[in-house]
Design a protein around this ligand. Structure first.
Ligand SMILES: Cc1cc2nc3c(=O)[nH]c(=O)nc-3n(C[C@H](O)[C@H](O)[C@H](O)COP(=O)(O)OP(=O)(O)OC[C@H]3O[C@@H](n4cnc5c(N)ncnc54)[C@H](O)[C@@H]3O)c2cc1C
Ligand code: SF4
Length: 473
């Protein structure tokens, strides 16, 4: 514990964002960094609690009190060594994790939590700049080989640990770039893609073999990969989007959020997109259907593209601004989130259901909606009812469907494997991350269902340990 009175004398200080007027003109990261002195003070707020609930609430189990102390003492190497024990990629979580650790911080009972996520980012960025992150190839190879399919955070974490354990690991990725949604999905203004390349370079120097542009089940048969490998881990994400099958859905100008976000990632990267395929928000009334994080990313992108207006619709009621008695500390409360993209401008409407798209000459022009009311049913399950006479129309020349993902894509690899699925259509795994097919494991969104980067990393780590045990049996 760096400063025994730090939690009493120092207030939480956010890194903050660049000014809205500046940041909407570019795709650089919006979040700023605090100078080292200010960061040390933020770490000094940690109380080094006897039972650190932040550690309990962090899916990868980061040991916060220890590295807060190291930050306070300016020992960035010790902080990094500790953090790297539990988290392969703090530079990703430090940027995009919603930080379930923070509402569980003991300080958060009656004050503002320690800035754990921002402190985590400071540690890893300092470690890279001071040269502490260097390739550490395994001293010897085991003679065993593993194929990891999918290079999102789950596949990367799993492949990293297995490679470090001395196994020969081949990471297959269907896209032209490594990272899954980190690279193509999450906007550049939240996560600059150079940080993925920086980490991947280290992994490759450690001996990880990466094959991009290879879709397993299409370009290469899974059966061939299984024959050549001692174990396989499927980390293909949950990429089947939830659709809205209502009248007018086939009109031009209605897209899944990911089509839009991936295209913008590619534009920022410098890819040339054919004119007729460009999805542009410029001078359009944009309606985003879905009030979650993906929808918020669409809002931020549409603002940067110069949309005339942006409206984000959500079927559910507006969440509370403060913790309620139903979600007491240290639980993760479902609170109203105002992202940096929302701050940049958008109208948010809750309790609204989309009924119909209409247009002219085959292109969407309007969206018809109706207000809904929620109540508790007899069995306690929420009931939804449309409010009579509450229908209204919105102008919409671009509609982005951001209603989440239902499960992994089944066609191709999953169907070929014929593995068991759970009731939601995700790949079923046992307590050792193994699918119903011996020697084939799965991790991340493909088995958990659409979730978060930090859970994908943790699932990849858990699977790696199980695969290592399986190989060494
Ligand atoms: C727009 C958007 C924004 C998000 N923002 C956040 C955020 O701010 N914070 C957060 O914590 N989480 C966020 N998430 C969720 C997070 O990105 C995912 O939970 C996480 O990336 C899942 O990791 P994964 O490795 O399981 O799968 P993915 O990241 O989906 O990666 C799966 C990879 O497998 C590849 N693949 C699929 N099939 C094959 C095949 N047959 N052969 C070879 N390769 C294949 C895919 O190309 C992909 O690269 C966001 C998600 C989206 C869509
Ligand atoms: S990974 Fe997420 S939950 Fe864990 S310490 Fe970092 S910000 Fe908190």
């Amino acid at each position: 514990m760096g400063d025994p009175k730090g939690f009493l004398t120092i207030k939480r200080q956010e890194s903050g964002y660049r000014r809205v007027e500046e940041r909407v003109n570019d795709y650089q990261e919006v979040e700023r960094k605090l100078p080292d002195d200010a960061r040390k003070l933020q770490a000094a707020r940690c109380m080094d609690c006897g039972v650190p609930f932040c550690h309990w609430a962090c899916p990868v189990g980061n040991i916060m009190p220890e590295w807060q102390n190291d930050i306070f003492n300016g020992d960035w190497k010790a902080a990094h060594d500790n953090l790297q024990e539990t988290n392969n990629f703090p530079e990703f979580t430090g940027r995009v994790c919603p930080a379930p650790c923070e509402p569980a911080c003991v300080l958060a009972i009656n004050d503002d939590a320690v800035t754990i996520r921002q402190n985590e980012l400071a540690v890893i960025e300092k470690a890279f700049s001071l040269g502490y992150v260097v390739p550490k190839p395994p001293a010897k190879r085991s003679g065993k080989s593993v194929a990891v399919i999918g290079s999102g955070p789950a596949g990367l974490a799993c492949a990293d640990l297995l490679n470090k354990a001395g196994h020969t690991v081949v990471l297959y990725e269907s896209s032209d770039g490594v990272g899954g949604y980190l690279r193509y999905g999450i906007p550049d203004f939240k996560l600059n893609k150079n940080f993925i390349d920086r980490r991947v370079n280290v992994l490759v120097e450690e001996g990880l073999i990466i094959k991009t542009g290879v879709t397993v089940g299409k370009d290469v048969l899974l059966s061939d990969i299984r024959r050549e490998s001692d174990a396989v881990c499927i980390c293909i994400g949950a990429r089947e989007p939830r659709d809205l099958s209502i009248e007018g859905r086939s009109l031009k100008g209605i897209h899944f959020a990911l089509e839009y976000l991936i295209q913008q990632n590619r534009v920022v990267k410098g890819d040339i997109i054919a004119e007729q395929e460009l999805i542009r928000a410029y001078d359009k009334n944009v309606v985003v259907i879905g009030g979650g994080d993906t929808g918020s990313d669409c809002v931020g992108t549409a603002n940067r593209q110069g949309a005339r207006s942006i409206t984000q619709l959500e079927l559910l009621p507006m969440p509370p601004k403060h913790r309620t008695d139903n979600e007491p500390w240290p639980l993760w409360p479902k609170l109203l989130k105002i992202s940096s993209s929302h701050e940049e401008g958008c109208t948010r409407i809750w309790n609204v259901s989309t009924k119909k798209f209409s247009g002219g000459r085959g292109t969407v022009k309007k969206i018809s909606t109706v207000a809904v009311e929620w109540s508790a049913g007899k069995d306690g399950k929420p009931l939804i009812a449309e409010k009579p006479g509450s229908g209204f129309e919105l102008d919409a020349e671009l509609v982005l469907i951001a209603m989440g993902f239902v499960h992994p894509v089944h066609a191709g690899l999953v169907a070929d494997l014929g593995c068991g699925l759970d009731e939601r259509g995700n790949i079923r795994i046992d307590g050792n991350s193994m699918t119903s097919v011996k020697g084939v494991f799965s991790a991340g969104d493909s088995s958990r269902g659409a979730s978060l980067v930090v859970y994908a990393i943790q699932d990849g780590r858990v699977a790696a340990r199980a695969i290592n045990d399986y190989l060494l049996k």
